[in-house]
Design a binder for this molecule. Structure first.
Ligand SMILES: [Zn+2]
Length: 80
């Protein structure tokens, strides 16, 4: 028998298979089901805070790539 539990997001009894894996929790699954996790992320991205966080994430990502590209170029130019 598969373990199942009630999702606090949608109040539905679902098998643990429907809860995404999360190494941080004791049972290895997120507390909310996959549907609710996805819905939460989607809603969060609609809020000003969510959009800001996403923008900052993208900026960090670009910054990292830029730094790496510069390093690669410097290594290529430097005489060995
Ligand atoms: Zn749910």
């Amino acid at each position: 028998m598969t373990d199942s539990k009630v999702c606090p997001g949608c109040n539905e009894l679902k098998s643990l298979d429907e809860y995404p894996l999360d190494a941080m929790t004791r049972n290895g699954h997120t507390s909310r089901c996959a549907v609710c996790v996805r819905a939460r992320v989607r809603d969060y991205r609609k809020t000003p805070a969510g959009r800001k966080a996403r923008r900052e994430q993208m900026a960090r990502y670009r910054q990292r790539n830029k730094a790496r590209n510069l390093t690669l170029r410097e290594q290529a130019n430097s005489p060995s």
